[in-house]
Design a protein around this ligand. Structure first.
Ligand SMILES: Nc1nc2c(ncn2[C@@H]2O[C@H](COP(=O)(O)OP(=O)(O)OP(=O)(O)O)[C@@H](O)[C@H]2O)c(=O)[nH]1
Ligand SMILES: [Mg+2]
Length: 463
C-alpha cells in the first residue's frame, strides 16, 4: 500500500532536509516533486492542486519553530493537510434503532459480498448480532456466495426464496417484476432480523458493470423501503479515479453515508484513497486489505498518512500493543517516564515482560519511524536478541530492589554477584546495563520534550 508514493515523497523531503532555511525556492522544488508524486499516484488533479496550494501557503507563512528542522516543518504541514483531506477523524459506523440497516452499493466485482461478510465478522467481534441478506435476484450464484461467506464466519443469513423462474426469465409478464422481488426479499429479511433479535441487517446488492438507471432505481427503492442508517459505497481501490468517479455518481443519486475501499492490499497507487473524500464529501469508513474475512480495517486518516509518509504506523502499533498489553500499566509507565521520573530497572523488566507478550522486539521497532528519537531505538533493538529476553529478566531478578532503582550503585562486586545469581557472566550484566542506560537516556530526552511534535502524546508500548 502506497509504497511508490512513499518513496517519492521521501525523496522530495530528503532534498529539503539538506537546507538550513525554508525559502520560496527550495519549498517550490519540494512541492513540485510532491505534486508529481501525487499525480503519479493517481490522485485527482483538483485535489492535488488544492493540497499543494494549502501546503505552500502554510510553509511560507511558517513561523520558525525551534523544535523542528525546516524540512520537518514541511513534513508536518504535509502531514496535517493530508490528514485534513482524508477527513481528520475516524468515521464511525452509525447505528439506529435496531435493526440498523447497512446497504452495500457498488459496481460489479468491487467487493460488496466479501465486504458484507467482513463487516458482519467485524460487528460480531464488537458484540453485535448481524444478519446478512443478498438481494441479488439476478444471479443465484451471488446469493450462494454470500451463504458460503456467512457460514465461514458463523453469521446469520436470511436466504429467502426467489422464484426459480425469476432467475431464468427475462422479464416475463406473468411474474412480478424483479425489482418487486428485491423489495420483497429486503422486507422479509428485515422482519427476520427483528424476529431473531439481530441488531444489524447487512444488505448485499447486485453489482452492475456500469451505473445504469435500473440499478439506481433499485437502490433508490431499497433506500426508501429500508431507510438505512448506512449506505456504503464499496469501491475497488485498484481502479483509481474510476472508483472516485463512480462514488461521486452514486452519491449524487443515493446520498451515500460512507465508502469502503477494497483491495488496498494490492498495488493500488493510493489515488482513490486520497481523492474520494474530497470529491464526494463522504468519508472512507473501512478499507479492505485482503481476501480473508478479517481483512477489514476501520479507516484512520492519521494512520494512513503516517504510512504514506513512511513515519511508521505508530498508532497501529499502539493498538496492537493495547490488545495484548495491560493498557493501564503502559499508560502509567509512559506518564511516569515522560514526566521525567526516570526509568528504573524495574520498569525495564516490566517492559520486557510486556514485549515478550507482543512478540519480537525488532518487529515492533520496525513499525516505528526510523527518525528522531526512534532512530536510537532501532539500534537498541538490533543489538537485542529476542531470545535473550529471558536471560535479561533473570539478570534483573538477581538484583536487589535498591539496585533496580539506582543502577549507579551496581559496582564491580555487585555485578559479579548478579552474574552468579542469574547464571550469566559479568560481560552479560555489563551489556544489559549499557542497553538500559541507552534506553534511559532516550526516554529522558523524550521527556524533556525534545520529541518531534508529531510524536507528542505517543505512548511507548512494551518498551
Ligand atoms: N485482495 C483483495 N481482494 C478482495 C478484497 N475485497 C474483495 N476482494 C476480492 O474481489 C473479488 C470480488 O469480490 P466480491 O465480494 O465477490 O465482489 P462483489 O462486489 O460482490 O461482486 P458482484 O456481486 O459480482 O458485483 C473476490 O475475488 C474477492 O476475494 C480485498 O480487500 N483485497
Ligand atoms: Mg456480490
Amino acid at each position: 500500500m502506497f509504497e511508490n508514493l512513499q518513496d517519492k515523497l521521501q525523496r522530495a523531503f530528503k532534498n529539503l532536509r539538506g537546507q538550513g532555511t525554508l525559502t520560496e525556492e527550495n519549498i517550490g522544488e519540494a512541492l513540485r516533486e510532491l505534486r508529481l508524486a501525487l499525480l503519479e499516484a493517481d490522485v485527482n488533479f483538483k485535489v492535488v492542486k488544492e493540497l499543494i496550494d494549502h501546503i505552500r501557503e502554510k510553509a511560507l507563512g511558517q513561523e520558525v519553530m525551534t523544535a523542528l528542522s525546516p524540512a520537518d516543518q514541511v513534513v508536518k504541514i504535509v502531514r496535517d493537510e493530508l490528514v485534513a483531506i482524508l477527513g481528520k477523524d475516524t468515521a464511525k459506523l452509525k447505528f439506529g434503532t435496531p435493526p440498523t440497516v447497512v446497504l452495500m452499493a457498488g459496481l460489479q466485482g468491487s467487493g460488496k459480498t466479501t465486504t458484507s461478510g467482513k463487516l458482519a465478522s467485524w460487528l460480531k467481534k464488537g458484540g453485535h448480532r448481524p444478519l446478512l441478506v443478498s438481494v441479488d435476484v439476478y444471479r443465484p450464484a451471488a446469493r450462494e456466495q454470500l451463504k458460503v461467506v456467512a457460514q465461514a464466519i458463523g453469521a446469520a443469513i436470511y436466504e429467502g426464496k426467489v422464484e426459480e423462474a425469476n432467475t431464468a426469465r427475462g422479464g416475463s409478464e406473468a411474474l412480478p417484476p424483479l425489482t418487486k422481488e428485491v423489495e420483497r426479499l429486503a422486507r422479509e429479511a428485515r422482519r427476520e432480523a427483528v424476529n431473531s433479535g439481530c441488531d444489524v441487517l447487512i444488505v448485499d446488492t447486485a453489482g452492475r458493470l456500469h451505473i445504469d438507471d435500473q440499478l439506481m432505481e433499485e437502490m433508490q427503492s431499497l433506500k426508501k423501503l429500508l431507510n438505512p442508517q448506512e449506505i456504503l459505497f464499496v469501491a475497488d481501490a485498484m481502479t483509481g479515479q474510476d472508483a472516485v468517479n463512480s462514488a461521486d455518481e452514486f452519491h449524487k443519486k443515493l446520498a451515500l453515508t460512507g465508502v469502503v475501499l477494497t483491495k488496498m492490499d494490492g498495488d493500488a497507487r493510493g489515488g482513490a484513497a486520497l481523492s474520494i473524500r474530497n470529491v464526494t464529501g463522504q468519508p472512507i469508513k473501512f478499507i479492505g486489505v485482503g481476501e480473508k474475512y478479517d481483512a477489514l480495517e476501520p479507516f484512520h486518516p492519521d494512520r494512513i498518512v503516517g504510512r504514506i509518509l513512511g513515519m511508521g504506523d505508530i498508532l497501529s502499533l499502539i493498538e496492537k500493543a493495547e490488545e495484548k498489553i495491560d493498557k493501564k500499566k503502559s499508560e502509567d509507565f509512559a506518564k511516569k517516564v515522560l514526566a521525567g521520573d526516570g526509568f528504573s530497572l524495574d520498569d525495564f523488566r516490566e517492559q520486557l515482560r510486556q514485549v515478550k507478550k507482543l512478540g519480537s522486539l525488532s518487529s515492533i521497532v520496525k513499525m516505528m519511524p526510523s527518525v528522531g528519537p526512534f532512530a536510537g531505538m532501532q539500534k537498541v533493538a538490533d543489538n537485542f536478541d529476542d531470545k535473550e529476553l529471558v536471560r535479561v529478566e533473570a539478570i534483573i531478578n538477581s538484583m536487589t530492589d535498591h539496585e533496580r532503582g539506582h543502577h549507579e550503585v551496581i559496582n564491580g562486586s555487585r555485578r559479579k554477584r548478579i552474574a552468579r545469581g542469574s547464571g550469566t557472566s559479568v560481560q552479560e550484566v555489563n551489556q544489559l546495563l549499557r542497553q538500559y542506560a541507552q534506553m534511559k537516556k532516550m526516554f529522558k530526552s523524550m521527556g524533556r520534550g525534545k520529541l518531534d511534535r508529531r510524536f507528542a502524546g505517543f505512548k511507548m508500548p512494551g518498551m
